[in-house]
Design a protein around this ligand. Structure first.
Ligand code: HEC
Ligand code: HEC
Length: 397
């Protein structure tokens, strides 16, 4: 069907509205869905692929999400050269001469495979490659063939704090900058795609936008200093100027009433999402597991997540006083071990809903094939890109 085809193509992706998103997530996500390597749409109509003995095509490796990873591809964050064929600016620098650089990530990594592996693990939630992985061989060969002769200069980039004063921007210019830079993930006019949530029209505060743009990324990254969380990549000083950021802030500050995150929804659109009532589970599950009665309190990272979870029987967890603003891409309760929710499992349907959750009771169910031994905590997990919106670890009451 067309949808599964389209969501592999970054350009159609930009054009696709949220409507398709919930549709495509099952395929795009960080769970071990079907592979996406072959016959996928590649970016643009450039050179025919150079297929290696391993059967991998370097251009396809560049242009498609990685098996077992999230919905990002290398092409999401790195053009080959700039201006890019599609005119979009990306958060990472172009890669065409990358194989010829003397070192990587501001000199922290001596070889390119290590740099690529850091992107695979930190941004794409995928496993690292070994030196003889066919995908790495194909990608390196393809990039090396397009690199200019001789050595390339090393790249340096600077992670900076947003300016203290973010006022005075021009919203029209901000919208234009957004559509040339942020739209690769957030969609044209910030409507959202399967790679990033909608952000326009909600009246976001300048401080929040500034922080997300300048310091997004995992907090304990071994190669980047000063990041403050999330799966969105930071924009270094030379990728986006402070003046551009200030204009974007002015545009994202506009609240056009599409904000679904506050207040209650009088139409009561409760029917479309997970079971969010009936704490008397009647699940029919046994009550034998030693962790029955354990509780976990949900700590919020994003989106106002909160609540207290309790294991009530061998397959049921009830979350009371559950709060979550109901926004994101595909957000579910996940169970997992040791905080590794990217290798965990879904325990509810998609939780997105207008108006969000303001202290409701939510029931999460351990799915077939798993038991309570497979989890020691739960997360309000953004499935497509693999972000923990809020989580808690179970302990005895
Ligand atoms: C979500 C965004 C994102 C994705 C996806 C991503 N990268 Fe990166 N990458 C970055 C950022 C940010 C940097 C650091 C800034 C820079 O070097 O441009 C970086 C740096 C790099 C570097 C080091 C550049 C240098 O000289 O220091 C290489 C090489 C690289 N990426 C290759 C890849 C490859 C290959 C893929 C796909 C397998 C990939 N990246 C996927 C965001 C991403
Ligand atoms: C590589 C993809 C990518 C690009 C490019 C990107 N974002 Fe994001 N952004 C994300 C993802 C994924 C999230 C949600 C996950 C997270 O919080 O990290 C996000 C979250 C955000 C949020 C928080 C939204 C919320 O509801 O909490 C803001 C604000 C934002 N982005 C602004 C921007 C702006 C402005 C740009 C351009 C300068 C941009 N993003 C470029 C992927 C991207």
């Amino acid at each position: 069907m067309a949808a599964t085809q389209d969501h592999r193509d970054p350009l159609s992706r930009v054009a696709l509205a949220l409507a398709l998103t919930s549709f495509t997530v099952a395929l795009a996500c960080g769970d071990s869905g079907p592979a996406s390597t072959d016959g996928s749409t590649t970016q643009g109509d450039s050179t025919a692929g150079t297929t290696t003995a391993g059967g991998e095509d370097g251009e396809a490796v560049y242009a498609n999400p990685v098996d077992g990873g999230n919905s990002f591809a290398c092409a999401t964050c790195h053009a080959l050269s700039e201006p890019a064929e599609d005119g979009l600016r990306r958060p990472g620098h172009p890669l065409a001469d990358a194989t010829r650089r003397p070192h990587y990530k501001n000199g922290k990594l001596p070889d390119m495979l290590a740099a690529v592996n850091s992107c695979l693990q930190e941004w794409m939630l995928a496993d690292p490659w070994t030196e003889d992985d066919a995908r790495w061989q194909a990608l390196r060969g393809w990039l090396d063939a397009m690199a200019p002769e001789g050595d390339a200069p090393p790249l340096s980039f600077e992670i900076v704090q947003p300016p203290a004063d973010l006022s005075g921007g021009d919203a029209d210019s901000g919208r234009a900058v957004f559509n040339s830079s942020c739209a690769v993930c957030h969609g044209v006019d910030g409507g959202g795609t399967n790679q990033a949530p909608p952000v326009a029209g909600f009246g976001l505060t300048g401080d929040y936008v500034g922080q997300r743009v300048r310091t997004s990324g995992i907090v304990d990254s071994p190669v980047y200093d000063g990041l403050t969380g999330g799966r969105m990549p930071f924009w270094a000083a030379d990728r986006l100027t402070d003046a551009e950021l200030i204009d974007i802030v002015a545009w994202l500050a506009i609240d056009d009433g599409t904000d679904t995150t506050t207040g209650t929804d009088p139409t009561g659109t409760d029917t479309d999402t997970a079971t969010d009532t009936d704490p008397t589970t009647g699940s029919g599950c046994a009550t034998t597991h030693p962790s029955i009665g354990y509780t976990a309190s949900l700590q919020a990272f994003f989106h106002n997540v909160g609540g207290t979870a309790e294991i009530v029987d061998d397959c049921t967890i009830v979350i009371s006083d559950f709060t979550f603003d109901g926004t994101g891409i595909d957000v579910r309760i996940y169970g997992g071990l040791g905080g590794a929710y990217e290798s965990g499992f879904a325990m509810t349907d998609d939780l997105l809903k207008p108006g969000g959750y303001n202290g409701t009771t939510l029931v999460a169910t351990v799915p077939d094939g798993f038991t309570l031994d497979d989890l020691d905590g739960i997360s309000v997990w953004c499935v497509d890109v693999g972000v923990d919106f809020g989580s808690g670890v179970f302990s005895p009451p």
